[in-house]
Design a binder for this molecule. Structure first.
Ligand SMILES: CC(C)(COP(=O)(O)OP(=O)(O)OC[C@H]1O[C@@H](n2cnc3c(N)ncnc32)[C@H](O)[C@@H]1OP(=O)(O)O)[C@@H](O)C(=O)NCCC(=O)NCCS
Length: 167
C-alpha cells in the first residue's frame, strides 16, 4: 500500500502528538466501556511529557506524523509495565501495534534490564487481547483500574537471549 512506517524512540517534540493520538485512539475503548474517564483520555499533556522524559517511549511515524505509540517502565519487581499502546484508526490492522510492542520489549530488556513484561487490557478489548496472546502474553490475573474498568493482566518472560552477556 506504499506506506513506510518507521518505529523510533520518542523525543520531547513528540509529546503533543502522542497526547493527541492517544485521545483519538482510546475513544473506541471509552465507547466500549461507556467510560470517558479512562486514564489515556484524562492524562494531561504535562504528564505525557514527563513520561516521554523518563520512560521507554516509542512512536510509529508516517512522514512527520506520529501514527502510533507505546510506553513502558521497569517496576520494583523487575518487570516492565507496558501500556498505552495505540495506533491511528486509519492504520490499524497492518502490524504496527505488534512492531511497537516488540520495540518496547527489546529496549526494556536490553537497556533497562526487564526480566518480564506486564501489560493489561480491558476485559472486553478483544483486538488487544488477541494481539497480546499472539505475541506470547498469558493471563496472569485481573485488576480494576481507578476508572472502574475490569482489566486482564497479562505477562510474558523476557527471552533469555536478550540479557545474555558477552562473557
Ligand atoms: C490495539 C491496537 C494498538 C492494535 O494496533 P494494530 O496496529 O492494529 O495491531 P496489529 O496490526 O499489530 O494487530 C491487529 C490485527 O491486525 C492483524 N495484522 C497484523 N499485521 C497485518 C498485516 N500486515 N495485514 C493484515 N492484518 C494484519 C493482526 O493479525 C491482528 O489481528 P489478530 O490479532 O486478529 O490476528 C489498536 O487497535 C488501537 O490503537 N486500539 C485502540 C487503543 C487500545 O485499545 N489500545 C490497547 C490498550 S490495552
Amino acid at each position: 500500500m506504499g506506506m513506510s512506517v518507521t518505529i523510533s524512540v520518542a523525543t520531547e517534540q513528540d509529546a503533543e502528538q502522542i497526547f493527541r493520538l492517544q485521545y483519538l485512539c482510546f475513544q473506541s475503548e471509552a465507547a466500549l466501556y461507556g467510560n470517558y474517564r479512562i486514564d489515556p483520555l484524562v492524562q494531561t499533556l504535562d504528564s505525557v511529557r514527563a513520561e516521554v522524559a523518563s520512560d521507554c517511549v516509542f512512536v510509529a511515524r508516517l512522514g512527520e506524523e506520529v501514527v502510533g505509540s507505546v510506553r513502558g517502565s521497569v517496576t520494583e519487581d523487575g518487570a516492565a509495565s507496558i501500556g498505552k499502546l495505540c495506533v491511528h484508526p486509519r492504520l490499524q490492522g497492518h502490524g504496527i501495534g505488534a512492531r511497537l510492542l516488540r520495540a518496547a520489549e527489546s529496549a526494556l530488556a536490553e537497556e533497562r534490564g526487564a526480566k518480564k513484561f506486564r501489560l493489561s487490557a480491558g476485559h472486553r478489548s478483544e483486538v488487544s487481547l488477541r494481539l497480546y496472546r499472539r505475541l506470547g502474553y498469558e493471563a496472569a490475573g485481573t485488576s480494576q483500574g481507578a476508572d472502574g474498568v475490569p482489566m486482564v493482566v497479562l505477562e510474558k518472560q523476557a527471552p533469555a537471549s536478550t540479557y545474555a552477556t558477552t562473557a
